[in-house]
Write a protein that binds this ligand. Structure first.
Ligand SMILES: [Zn+2]
Ligand SMILES: [Zn+2]
Length: 486
């Protein structure tokens, strides 16, 4: 029969033909159509077939409710893909051209003095230094792709951060045997100072660092342990903390992460239960290896975003929505719909200057109330829990790490007059946020995305009526950040 009468069809969502992106790992989504009421050809239609022209590789892509999502790695330059569904074929050409920028995210595997570099893992998983680096770099690319799509969702184009495309190994002076007695803040501070005083230390890098020597002591586990905190208490070198130039993480769940792009989906879908007598369950009480991957990857994203100056929001990635980052990557949502759970508290996080000033940081930490309890009701719904609010997205959009850097240093002033609550900026104000001082919850925000720049802003007096302690965070058109007591 004439194929033009057949109802087979393929729609690609969001990408234009010949589109250029600045990052290598992309998420291609779309829908397939087939109307069984219309007489159609006899072609097989259970899967979408994707042909990657550059490598001549063929992929079978599963469709759920006629939707597909597939992760593809682009070569630098031009990439041609052919999609076939039933009798219908169509191509799409996408090009990858990295951002020209001095500002980068550097994936780092930190090996403490006296440690062999092997992370905790079951015997059927690779756990050597190369495996760690492969997993860390791939995860960083996933977060880069995620960020681009979230910006796109917010109408800001597929902007994202630039990655140093190699996971570096960093030998820290921190001694392996000292790690068990150090808390998260101490680890963060020591390793941060160590990195910044080493030859790789640079103000233009955000280090996404993973500590090789994290150990969960499963022999200390008993069935009476119900909370995440109890499991953390029997884990040495547990850390998930981001701010300034460093986001630092433990590796107790690194074995649940994929080494290769083709393993991403099956790692997210792995419903094997965590054996808590041997390994840390960091899954927001879901208990599976797939959920551990999702929660820990999501927490890396959340902490990395803190290094990009983002604050907290009630929901979404900057709330506890980061546990469900898997739904961004999976065509089929793997959690029951509409189930409401009361989540645990925010992970502690700290913000500080890039210089890793030990004294000031310690002072701040002493003043910090460490017992933060926030109950957040969240819903497991498709991809809705992983959103970025407008002010967060706009802050990233103008952030130095999301833009190509110019060699010319533009002079600017960005000031806040606290007595009359007035902001002045010579480069133009893009984002104004009022955050609570104790947990950086964004309470009020204003964004200015227009072509006509805004050089001053008066904070409405109503903001201060409840007499709470607020922080002011302002970003200008050049990505300069002002942070002050409001
Ligand atoms: Zn057909
Ligand atoms: Zn946080």
């Amino acid at each position: 029969m004439n194929i033009f009468n057949c109802s087979h069809n393929i729609n690609i969502r969001g990408f234009e033909d010949d589109e250029v992106v600045t990052y290598p790992l992309i998420r291609l989504t779309g829908t397939v159509e087939w109307n069984e009421n219309i007489q159609s050809c006899q072609e097989e239609t259970s899967n979408l077939i994707l042909l990657i022209k550059n490598s001549n590789a063929k992929l079978k892509v599963s469709c759920y409710d006629n939707k597909f999502k597939v992760l593809l790695e682009l070569d630098e330059g031009r990439n041609e893909f052919w999609l076939t569904y039933g009798c219908r074929s169509r191509s799409i050409i996408l090009s990858y051209s990295p951002l020209k920028s001095d500002y980068q995210v550097t994936p780092l595997y930190v090996i403490c003095e006296g440690h062999n570099g092997k992370f905790q893992a079951p015997s059927n998983e690779n756990n050597d230094i190369q495996s760690a680096c492969d997993r860390i770099l791939l995860a960083t690319k996933l977060l880069q792709c995620f960020s681009a799509e979230k910006m796109f969702e917010n109408g800001l184009g597929r902007k994202t951060f630039n990655i140093e495309m190699k996971c570096q190994i960093f030998h820290s002076k921190v001694k392996c045997q000292d790690v068990p007695s150090m808390n998260q803040q101490q680890l963060w501070e020591s390793i941060g100072r160590d990195i910044m005083t080493s030859e790789i230390g640079s103000e233009k890098q955000k280090y996404l660092a993973f500590l090789s020597c994290t150990i969960y002591h499963g022999d200390g586990y008993t069935d009476s342990m119900k909370t995440h905190e109890e499991l953390i208490n029997i884990t040495d070198g547990y850390v998930a903390l981001g701010g300034g130039g460093l986001a630092l993480f433990g590796t107790a769940c690194l074995y649940t992460w994929p080494e290769k792009i083709e393993d991403i989906i099956c790692k997210f879908e792995d419903e094997t239960l965590v054996d808590k007598s041997k390994f840390l369950d960091d899954s927001c009480y879901r208990g599976t290896l797939g959920a551990c991957f999702s929660t820990t990857l999501g927490s890396v994203l959340h902490e990395l975003y803190h290094t990009f100056n983002l604050g907290h929001t009630q929901n979404g990635i900057m709330g506890r929505g980061f546990d469900n980052v898997q739904n961004f990557f999976l065509a089929k949502s793997h959690l029951p719909g509409n189930e409401e759970i009361t989540s645990k508290s925010f992970q502690d996080h700290i913000e500080f200057k890039e210089e890793f000033e030990a004294s000031k940081l310690s002072e701040r930490l002493l003043n910090e109330n460490k017992k933060k309890e926030y109950s957040i009701i969240k819903k497991f719904e498709d991809d809705h829990c992983t959103f970025l609010t407008k002010s967060c997205a706009v802050m990233l959009c103008y952030h130095k790490w999301f833009n190509s850097s110019s060699s010319v240093t533009t002079s600017y002033t960005l000031t806040y007059d606290r007595s009359n609550k007035f902001i002045r900026s010579t480069a133009g104000i893009r984002v104004v946020e009022i955050r609570t001082e104790e947990d950086e919850m964004i309470t009020y925000d204003w964004t200015f995305e227009g072509k006509v720049l805004k050089f001053s802003f008066q904070i409405p007096i109503e903001v201060f009526q409840d007499k709470r302690n607020y922080l002011l965070v302002v970003e200008d058109n050049l990505g300069n950040i002002l942070k002050a007591t409001a």
